[in-house]
Ligand binder design. Structure first.
Ligand SMILES: *[C@@H]1O[C@H](CO)[C@@H](O)[C@H](O)[C@H]1NC(C)=O
Length: 323
């Protein structure tokens, strides 16, 4: 049994906490869900988590504006938690403090492998490595999950994770019907990947809430998207959700609640909450930019503001929001 990455360069998908049998798995970010009033405990299923410096290759499938790409790239650059001047000066609440909550999942692993010291919380840093543009829709405008996985397989090099992002005019199997995003690992080479799609013209009420009126449930006025793009700001929420799930449950054997085929993971266990006092249909009390009116709860690089979903915090066994 074994699983190894060929590692090149300073940033590579370094690490699995330990090795185990690997299965294809795919978990989804559910449609805009209501706040879950039940106390939640994610249990650990004896498999690896991702730690260390995570290289990411991005596949942009379809047409995106430069602004849309820069919104998503600035979010990803904000997850690079290796010490930089930005981290020292970044205003609070910061994206990196949200991301660092994921490190503390390691403390709930009962027996650590020999390379990992018992109480250590190994850092998890994201580094964008390579981007590929597919502006000619080479596989058409409807993608199956298998095709997404195939795009990921092709785009991975030297153990890099892959983020597949589909444009607003691309339909994806299950998109809008059951999910807004999903993550998994490919069947043959176990490439870890996530998929997110721009929902703005297909189902913003499901996948871009709270920046769009919800399609069902209690109605409240939509929030203003912090970067002025409902589709891209909605994709940031999806990306944050599936990346958190990927790090803590990369192969379906990490942290989750419920059945492995429909798991509640780091973010999906805490649906619909962005600030304190959230309840079904109300995202909670968040910060508002006085100039743009945009709602946010986290600062990122390049002066960006983002709205990030609640995250299950293993230290308190509860869902927590940044504000
Ligand atoms: C991750 O990258 C940083 C910055 O390049 C480096 O200092 C650190 O040692 C790396 N961490 C691991 C676990 O390789």
């Amino acid at each position: 049994m074994g699983f190894s990455f060929s590692v090149k360069g300073a940033f590579s998908l370094l690490a699995l906490l330990f090795l185990t049998s690997l299965n294809l798995c795919s978990a989804t970010r559910k449609l805009a869900a209501l706040v879950n009033p039940q106390p939640t405990v994610l249990s650990y299923h004896n498999g690896p988590l991702l730690i260390g410096n995570l290289s990411m290759n991005i596949v942009w499938y379809g047409k995106f504006s430069l602004v849309q790409r820069s919104i998503l790239l600035d979010f990803l650059h904000s997850l690079d938690t290796t010490p930089t001047p930005y981290l020292k000066t970044s205003p609070k609440p910061s994206i990196s403090s949200w991301w660092k909550t994921l490190q503390s999942y390691q403390t709930l692993i009962p027996k650590k492998p020999h390379k990992i010291s018992r109480n250590a919380q190994n850092p998890i840093a994201v580094k964008v490595q390579k981007q590929t543009l597919h502006e000619s829709y080479s596989l058409g405008r409807f993608l199956t999950r298998a095709q997404i996985s195939g795009l990921a397989e092709k785009a991975s090099r030297h153990g890099a994770m892959v983020i597949v992002i589909t444009a607003e005019d691309v339909a994806v199997e299950g998109f809008c019907m059951s999910s807004c995003a999903h993550h998994g690992s490919t069947r043959t080479s176990k490439v870890v990947y996530v998929w997110i799609g721009n929902s703005v013209s297909q189902c913003p009420g499901q996948c871009a809430w709270p920046f769009h009126q919800p399609v069902y449930g209690p109605q409240s006025p939509p929030l203003v998207a912090p970067n002025g793009d409902v589709g891209a700001d909605g994709m940031v929420i999806s990306l944050a959700s599936v990346l958190a799930a990927t790090v803590t449950n990369p192969y379906g054997t990490g942290f989750f609640q419920g059945p492995a085929s429909a798991p509640l993971e780091a973010v999906s266990a805490c649906p619909g909450a962005y600030g304190s006092g959230a309840y079904p249909g109300y995202a909670g009390k968040v910060l508002v930019d006085p100039t743009t009116g945009g709602s946010y709860n986290a600062h990122g690089v390049n002066g960006r503001k983002f709205l990030l979903p609640a995250l299950w915090d293993p230290l308190t066994s509860a869902c927590s929001t940044l504000v």
